[in-house]
Write a protein that binds this ligand. Structure first.
Ligand code: HEM
Length: 420
């Protein structure tokens, strides 16, 4: 196909990336992620134009940073690459985008992050381990053996939503509201997956705010709990946040999405990876001690958040290209995690990979994922409990994915369980 033909196409799913002139590359296209073909495009960029400028797209102009080390340079250089206002591609001021600390720079960022960090700390989590394990056991024991069912709905969503409800001390019977608000938060036009109107989205999120305002008032003045809401409502640095409803809502949206989509998709992605690499599944069956290392490899392999965006505050030269003040800079973690100059055999899923934790999926620097230990613990427990029960979780049908450049999401994955 030549460029004139490609230019007329609505979808680039069938397009060979080597048929597209480099200056026409546009990695914001959601269909590339839905069809899981994005890596071939990134492979070419990493080789031929690792710091790439897309001059024109629906989400404006933007730089694509595709190599591991360059991504680290941007992510750790927060004085030049700002998170202020937006951390996803193309978000603009017109979007309903309440402020939160992932989209703030220092010093405000540090103050707010510090308040909620203890909830997700290893010492707090160790107290939760038995609760998580009991829930994992309950979910897995309720699954049918030998029948086809959707792993995403019955396991990944159920488990992560439950965990999130614990972290918020959220009423268990309403926990699927958290899943819903998470989906609504990420449903914006720029990143794809745009199933509701902007007005509907805003309205749904205002309902989320109202629900949490009630919880805040119940918990304000009561410091016994160790959940996110109690921490925010009683800490001197955030106790007045209730008077700034948009910042409260923004913070909720961050904590809900942070803990939900990401871990959910790692739970599904791990099952899929073991099916695609059956010799690794055999290795796991022989040695359950590999589970913690495998969890890191799953998180690299899936890269649940394929990108984070920054805005350049000053001109900056990166790998021979001049990024100009005001430019949108996209760190493609999904590409950096497949960069053979930093990771050996990056296209192989290797559960005993040395230094498996050295991946980009949690980011680097001051915004490094606050919930990384929560996610790892949940996945570790999940896999320990799966391996005690089933010889195989077999993927038996078509896997469906999210049309989004911001969440590498698996929306449906039919599986069949085999007993030990
Ligand atoms: C496999 C699961 C997860 C992945 C891949 C993931 C990924 C990320 C990434 C890429 C960032 C931004 C890093 C940067 O800009 O340098 C981030 C930030 C964050 N994550 Fe996660 N996350 C996961 C799980 C969680 C969980 C379970 C929670 C909460 C319970 C959480 C809460 C947050 C928060 C609050 C931030 C903002 C940190 C800040 O700005 O200082 N994440 N995460």
């Amino acid at each position: 196909m030549n460029w004139a033909e490609i230019e007329k196409l609505d979808s680039w799913v069938e397009v060979n990336p080597y048929d597209v002139p480099l200056d026409k590359f546009n990695m914001s296209r959601p269909e590339l992620y839905e069809a899981n073909v994005h890596e071939a495009w990134f492979e070419r960029l990493r080789k031929e134009d690792p710091v790439h400028f897309c001059a024109e797209s629906k989400v404006g102009s933007f730089w694509s940073i595709t190599r591991f080390e360059d991504i680290k340079t941007v992510d750790t250089n927060h004085k030049i690459f700002s998170s202020d206002g937006a951390i996803a591609i193309g978000l603009i001021n017109d979007d309903f985008n309440p402020p939160n600390f992932i989209a703030m720079d220092q010093p405000k960022h540090d103050v707010q992050r510090k308040v909620v960090t203890p909830t997700a700390s290893p010492s707090n989590l160790s107290k939760l381990e038995s609760v998580i394990r009991d829930k994992a056991a309950l979910i897995l024991d309720g699954l049918p053996i030998g029948e086809t069912f959707d792993w995403v709905d019955k396991v990944s969503i159920e488990m992560t939503t439950y965990m999130l409800a614990i972290l918020f001390d959220f009423p268990m019977e309403d926990r699927r509201k958290l899943t819903h608000w998470s989906d609504v938060t990420t449903a914006v036009e720029a990143v794809g997956n745009f199933t509701i109107t902007a007005e509907e989205r805003e309205q749904e999120l205002m309902e989320c705010l109202a629900y949490f305002q009630k919880l805040w008032h119940e918990r304000s003045g009561n410091t016994e709990g160790f959940d996110f809401v109690t921490m925010l409502a009683n800490h001197p640095d955030t106790k007045d946040m209730i008077d700034d409803p948009m910042t409260f809502l923004g913070t909720l949206m961050l904590l809900i999405v942070g803990g939900n989509d990401t871990t959910r998709n790692s739970m599904s992605g791990g099952v899929l990876a073991l099916n695609e690499f059956p010799e690794q599944y055999d290795l796991l069956r022989k040695n359950f001690d590999l589970i913690p290392n495998m969890v890191s490899e799953i998180i690299r392999w899936q890269t649940p958040l394929p990108h984070m965006r920054r805005t350049a505050l000053e001109n900056f030269e990166l790998n021979g290209k001049l990024i100009k003040k005001g430019d949108q800079v996209i760190m493609w973690y999904t590409s950096g995690n497949r960069d053979a100059t930093s990771i050996d055999n990056p296209n192989e899923f290797i559960i005993d990979r040395p230094k498996a934790r050295q991946h980009l999926s949690f980011g680097f620097g001051i915004h490094r994922c606050m919930g990384n230990r929560v996610a790892e613990l949940q996945l570790k427990i999940m896999w320990e409990e799966i391996m005690k029960r089933f010889s195989s979780v077999e993927v038996v049908g078509e896997v469906k994915r999210l049309p989004s450049n911001f969440v590498l999401g698996i929306t449906e994955m039919p599986v069949r369980l085999h007993a030990l």
